[in-house]
Design a protein around this ligand. Structure first.
Ligand code: CTP
Ligand code: ZN
Length: 155
């Protein structure tokens, strides 16, 4: 219950997902990955730089009425490697997992290389190999290291 003081800041949700233990400063990138900018009417609470025993400071995102897909969790792991995903139903945490870094992410990031086969309008799903500190396009070897959230495919 070390996080109990921050629980007072961001109220509990009824059904949905709590993404906890996000590195401080990454909450808005997490929202970008989830495609949440407020315009869709989703009920979202964000805590930034809240105290955490484990991380010193952390961000936390609570999304009412939405359970994350495995593909979304995969990309989250790239910018929030310490995050825990809590699925909440009827106010109870029914599932808790730590994100794990996948070896490959497909269909979520888009390659910035305009000549890449994955961006030329071909029905080719983007594919990036996950390296220690970056991701690399599986088709053209373009490396993305920073600001991954800016390369999230919008459909
Ligand atoms: N939570 C929530 N709404 C609920 C239930 C839980 O927003 N109805 C949030 C809690 O505030 C907490 C996270 O989901 O940030 C995980 O909840 P819980 O497992 O109860 O807390 P802890 O045991 O402190 O979690 P951990 O061990 O992962 O730090
Ligand atoms: Zn490419």
């Amino acid at each position: 219950m070390s996080d109990s003081n921050q629980e007072l800041r961001v109220s509990k949700i009824k059904n949905g997902t709590v993404i906890d233990h996000i590195a401080a400063g990454q909450a808005l990138n997490v929202l970008a990955i989830l495609g949440i900018d407020g315009s869709g009417g989703e009920e979202v609470s964000v805590g930034m730089n809240v105290p955490s025993d484990r991380l010193g400071r952390k961000d936390i995102v609570k999304v009412e009425g939405r359970e994350l897909s495995p593909a979304e969790v995969d990309v989250l792991s790239l910018i929030a490697p310490a995050a825990s995903i809590n699925i909440v139903r009827e106010y109870d945490v029914v599932e808790k997992s730590r994100v794990t870094r996948p070896e490959v992410v497909t269909g979520i990031l888009s390659c910035p290389n305009a000549n890449c086969i994955s961006t030329e309008g071909e029905p080719v799903e983007s594919r990036f190999d996950v390296l220690d500190d970056a991701v690399r396009c599986g088709y053209c070897d373009t490396i993305l290291r920073e600001d991954l959230a800016e390369h999230i495919a919008t459909d």
